[in-house]
Design a binder for this molecule. Structure first.
Ligand SMILES: [Zn+2]
Length: 451
């Protein structure tokens, strides 16, 4: 049992982050007390050694909470990993708060890197609550972010903490995590050819954007689909996605929009339709998961998520689908702290919206799921965040990363390896309607290969 003493200030925030790092991530048993100290102190039963973790971020005054003054400011000093080795993606670790030093005095170790401050800052998305700039969809953008998101900093900080703990107390053992590949699919479109007229309309667009061979091939599929062979519709990839997941022993999660307050901006289907009902039953019977896809306006208007989730549960009940818990991902990844509060009240288990639309990576600095911290009411929620690492359109779209399939694959493999290194979750979002091009099908299959 580790005894941890924290300063009396910012107690709720400190208790939260200590619990996430020690209990959730490392799986260590701890007892936490508060004291009149200016650092965090760790001790272990039956040992005289001590570990001090210096304070920086939480040395702020209450009046400074959520002000610009408290933000991490690049360029950051760097901790030299060669001098004190631990599992890290680079030879240098950016120090958001504190100093890049570590001291050893006989049986006592003192880290000047503010591990708890930095991890709290990243996981709670503190900077997003202070920097109010948003993109045209109301999303926080990676261009506004001040902290690195190309690496899982929180995982690296956790490894630094673990290296200190195991140096002082080599008999400690941490929880063994396992790498998980987690494919998911936001269902924004159901069919590409819902009407005969859509064949001509899509063909005209395809002749501009695609190779002509593919354009006519797709139009032919449209005709087959309209004549009754709906399996041929290029967006109807649900069975294919499930089969490919099953071949690799993976479970796919399909997120559905149940209500359309923003009309076409939300989705092109009616959730209560016979097609969806059959699809939901199929997903459930094959052991995959159904989730809620919070509508475009649901992050702005309170009450919408409640209606949307009720509809999801109602249809599942009518179809005798007994799924124990449900997860959510916001359409367009439009998520706010209020969204999390509402999802928490509705008892959804996870939200998986924390990724940047314009680029892949680690928006909250981790590839582990974690309980969300409510910065408004200053408390830990039951709702967990399952950070989104890669979204198909972030890689492909011209306005985003604009990568060729080869470059997109290299990027996917690199992020997947990083998640595997920390035995974390590689969460991948691939839309069912983004598999028309055989090149993208191949890319998806490689993306769900084990690293
Ligand atoms: Zn969507």
């Amino acid at each position: 049992m580790l005894k941890i003493q924290i300063p009396e200030t910012w107690a709720s925030e400190r208790e939260y982050i200590v619990s996430v790092l020690f209990e959730e991530f490392l799986g260590l048993e701890i007892s936490v007390t508060k004291g009149k100290i200016d650092h965090t102190l760790c001790q272990c039963e039956g040992s005289n050694c001590t570990l001090k973790i210096k304070d920086d971020f939480f040395s702020m005054k209450p009046s400074e909470w959520q002000t610009e003054k408290t933000l991490a400011n690049p360029p950051f000093s760097k901790f030299n990993v060669k001098k004190w080795p631990f599992l890290c993606t680079s030879s240098e670790l950016p120090v958001l708060f504190g100093l890049p030093d570590i001291d050893i005095h006989e049986e006592n170790l003192c880290i000047h890197v503010d591990i708890f401050g930095a991890c709290f800052y990243m996981l709670s998305r503190y900077e997003e609550s202070v920097l109010h700039e948003r993109d045209p969809h109301g999303r926080f953008s990676s261009k506004t972010a001040r902290t690195p998101y190309d690496r899982p900093l929180v995982n690296e900080y956790t490894e630094l903490l673990w290296s200190c703990l195991s140096f002082l107390w080599p008999f400690l053992s941490r929880k063994q995590k396992t790498f998980r590949l987690m494919p998911s699919h936001d269902v924004d479109f159901l069919l590409r050819y819902p009407h005969w007229t859509s064949i001509g309309y899509e063909l005209a667009k395809d002749m501009i954007r695609q190779k002509w061979g593919l354009a006519f091939h797709l139009a032919f599929k449209g005709i087959q689909s309209r004549l009754g062979d709906i399996e041929k519709d290029p967006y109807n990839t649900f069975d294919w996605l499930m089969s490919e997941s099953e071949k690799k022993n993976l479970v796919s999660t399909f997120y559905f929009i149940t209500h359309k307050p923003a009309g076409k901006k939300d989705c092109s289907y009616e959730f209560k339709s016979p097609f969806i009902r059959k699809l939901l039953k199929n997903i459930h019977e094959r052991g995959h998961l159904i989730g809620l896809h919070g509508s475009y306006l649901s992050s702005e208007k309170r009450g919408l998520l409640s209606q949307e989730f009720s509809l999801l549960k109602q249809v599942c009940e009518e179809e005798k689908i007994n799924q124990v818990s449900f997860e959510n991902r916001q359409h367009f990844l439009k998520v706010t702290p209020e969204t999390w509060l509402e999802l928490n009240e509705l008892n959804l288990s996870h939200d998986s919206s924390l990724g940047f639309a314009e680029c892949a990576g680690f928006r909250s600095g981790t590839c582990y799921e974690y309980p969300i911290y409510d910065l408004v009411n200053q408390k830990k929620l039951t709702l967990k965040q399952r950070p989104l690492v890669v979204m198909d359109c972030s890689l492909q779209e011209k306005k985003y990363m604009n990568l060729s399939p080869e470059k997109a694959l290299t990027h996917i493999q690199s992020l997947k390896k990083t998640c595997a290194l920390f035995k974390g979750d590689f969460t991948l979002l691939w839309h069912n309607h983004r598999l028309m091009n055989p090149e993208y099908q191949q890319l998806y299959l490689k993306a769900i290969d084990h690293p």
